[in-house]
Every structure is written in C-alpha cells, then in structure tokens.
Design a protein around this ligand. Structure first.
Ligand code: ATP
Length: 396
C-alpha cells in the first residue's frame, strides 16, 4: 500500500553497485534514461532525478510510476514514498499519517537510515518515529514493537535536506539496463522457454533481435502468432528497443530435412537454424545467439548433442536456461507475462523423428545431413523479413 501523500518513487539498483565508480556512473545514467522512457511509454507523468547510488522519480502518480519502474531492467527494488524536509517533526508527522492509513494491528518497527549532517541520528529517528506511530494508532489497535520480525515496517531514509518515508520495497527485475551489452539474436519460437531466455538476456543488458523461423505447414498461423504475441510482451519491457520480429521462411527446407534424415534430423535442423541466426546476427551486428534450450529437456539438448550442434556456427550460442527445471521456467514465464501466449500447442514436435539420437557425434550428424545444408541456411536467411508490429518498434 502506498503511503498517503506519496510524491516520489525511490529506485535501487543491485549489480550496478559492484562496478567501478566510472562504470557505475555511466550505468546509472543509462538506467535513468530507461526509466524515463518507460514512464513515457506507459503514459505516467514523472521526473527522473539521479544522485550517486540512487534514482528518484518525482511524480503525482506513485502507483503507476512504481508499476512502470519495476519493469525496467536494472531496477532491483522500488518504493513509493513521501518526501518531507529532513526535520524530526516532519518525519514523525509523516510516519504518524502513514500509520493511520496502513496499520491494522500486529507488530511494527521503524527502520531508519541517514546520510548527511543532521542534529539527530538514525537511532533517534527509530525511537521518536516509533513513539509517533504508537501515539497515532494506539486508540484503535494495540501496537507492539518487534524489531526482528515485524508485521509492519516503516522505513525512513534521510538524505541531506530530505527524508523519505515508505512502507514497501517492490521487486524489479534487477540486472543491468538494456543496451549496456551488445545485441544478441534471440531465437524465439513462442514456446514457454525461448521468451524467458530472451528476457533473461535483456535483463543482463543485452538488447535482443527476435528471430522466428516460420515452419510453414509444420507450424501454421497459430505458431507464428504465439511467437509474435510473446515478442510483443517482451517488447513492453524495452520500449526504446526495436523488437520487430525477424522472420525467415523455412517450411520447404524442413520438408527436405524430414525426407533426408532420420535419427539426427533435429540436430541438423538446429544446425540449420543456428546458421540462419548467424547470418541475421551479421546483418544486425549482434555478437551471439540466445536460445531457450535447457540441458536434457529434449533429446536434442543432451550434452553430447549440444556439442554436435554448436559446431555449426562460429557465433557463440547463449542458453540462459541451461540448468533450469521446467517448473522454474514456467514460473518465470508466468511472472514475465509470456506464459499464456506460449501455451498454444504447435511446431517442432511434428518435425522430430520417432527415435531421435541422444549421443550424436559431429561426424555422424555431418555424415547424415545434406552437404549443402549451410547453403540452404544462407538462401533462407537472404529473404529475412522484418514484421511491423504496432507495439514493437522502438523509439530510438
Ligand atoms: N520456429 C522457431 N523459431 C525460432 N526459434 C526456434 C524455433 N524452434 C526452435 N527454436 C529455438 O530452439 C530452441 C529449442 O527448440 P525447441 O524445439 O525445444 O523449442 P520449443 O519447445 O518449440 O519452444 P521453447 O524452447 O521456446 O519452449 C528454442 O528454445 C528456440 O530458442
């Protein structure tokens, strides 16, 4: 619940803080820009201020602003807060007003931090603030202080001329602001896994260029639409990025693979797929490929098979979900918002052979696949199409 009179949102970052001073300063600048862009994209009024180690959004819409900023990569937590002058009477008044609104019984604690010169300590703030809260609510409830595990936490942060009163720290995605790493081509099939993998890459700062391979008769309109729907959802996290899907038609090539190869078919299909991604990466100056593969999840994802398929490309393949269980990935997809889009059943299952190889060698895969497989990939990639979507075209 937002504190009454909230007029600012405090933003904290996480991993940015372990960087050297000049990198941290640059990343905080990036973060401030991303926060401003997100507010703009969500239609929330707010002015972003940046001080060393901390960002603030001054706003008349603290709820909307908090919702928006907790979707920005790089934001670890955010707190809608009320700013008051850094005087004890102003702080205790704000705490009392907040307690009257949010305190519905149980135990409480005041947690105070302070930087700057003041004629009181953070211990004083805790003590006098606790008294003020007690007086504010003791007619209605029986307030009890518990500093270890309270039901209600009242936070006060005193910074120089101002003090901020708040009651919650809402989680953001953490990580780094998008754009602080080179781009990656993300192979997005629209299943449950690949959108989560793309999101994870963005969370660590790498913009993604979404690439969808249209399987023609093996996929269908639903398959394509679910991929686009997940990309639209991902695009909402990065309003400044160009998230238009890149689409390559591969149906006729898959037909040929199904006719030509049996047990190692999926592995050659992956090699073909990575090669297409490599071509796209070259055209957009991306420095790697992201997939939603997880160790052992499918026959094509055994350690040996991953080794065999990786040899097809000189571009590194990043697999953020490599060690995740399916249930963890599903939970992440639900949090991110891509789960529902991804549950339409379609696609690769129809390409897979009845008895897929699980311990393939590079030599065996190469021996079974058409000699010109990589030329097919080059031909297919040459007709890559950029699909215009109303919500996915970035503003910078
Ligand atoms: N049609 C496609 N377009 C783009 N990428 C694809 C496509 N099919 C597969 N991939 C990529 O290959 C990875 C492994 O393929 P797999 O067959 O396991 O995907 P899936 O089960 O259809 O979807 P997901 O892995 O997203 O749940 C995917 O995570 C994705 O990165």
């Amino acid at each position: 619940m937002t504190v009454p009179g909230a007029d600012v949102v405090l933003l904290r970052h996480g991993d940015i803080g372990v960087k050297s001073a000049h990198v941290q300063a640059a990343m905080e600048g990036h973060l401030a820009e991303r926060v401003a862009a997100m507010l703009d994209a969500r239609g929330v009024e707010g002015r972003v201020e940046h001080e060393w180690g901390r960002l603030f959004v001054r706003t008349d819409e603290p709820e909307g602003a908090t919702d928006a900023v907790t979707d920005v990569f790089g934001v670890h937590t955010a707190s809608p807060a009320r700013a008051v002058p850094a005087r004890m009477d102003a702080i205790t008044d704000a705490l009392a007003a907040t307690a009257r609104t949010v305190y519905d019984g149980g135990t409480f604690a005041v947690e105070a931090r302070r930087t700057g010169d003041h004629d009181f300590t953070s211990h004083d703030v805790g003590h006098e603030g606790g008294d003020a809260i007690w007086r504010a609510v003791s007619d209605d409830v029986d307030p009890v202080v518990d500093l270890d595990d309270p039901d209600h936490r009242f936070f006060v942060e005193v910074r120089d001329e101002e003090a901020f009163v708040f009651v919650e720290k809402r989680d953001g995605p953490g990580g780094f602001p998008v754009g602080t790493q080179a781009p990656l081509v993300a192979l997005i099939s629209g299943g449950i896994d690949s959108p989560v993998a793309g999101w994870q890459a963005m969370r660590r700062g790498a913009p993604i260029v979404p690439l969808y391979l249209d399987l023609g008769a093996y996929g269908g309109v639903d398959h394509r639409e679910r991929a686009f729907a997940t990309i639209d959802t991902l695009a909402q996290y990065v309003p400044t990025q160009d998230m238009r899907p890149r689409v390559v038609q591969v149906g006729e090539y898959v037909d040929r693979l199904v006719d030509a190869i049996d047990s190692t078919r999926m592995l050659s299909y992956r090699r073909f797929m990575y090669r297409i991604a490599e071509h796209v990466a070259d055209t957009v100056d991306a420095a790697g490929i992201v997939t939603g593969e997880a160790l052992g999840q499918k026959s094509s994802q055994t350690v040996r098979n991953l080794n065999a398929v990786d040899r097809a490309t000189r571009v590194p393949i990043h697999r953020p979900l490599l060690t995740r269980d399916k249930q963890e990935i599903i939970a992440a997809a639900r949090r991110i918002g891509t789960y529902n889009d991804a549950t339409i059943d379609a696609g690769c299952q129809r390409v897979a052979p009845d008895k897929p190889a699980t311990r393939a060698t590079v030599a065996a895969v190469e021996a079974a696949e058409p000699a010109d497989l990589f030329e097919w990939a080059a031909d297919a990639a040459a007709s890559v199409e950029v699909v215009e979507r109303s919500r996915t075209e970035g503003s910078s």
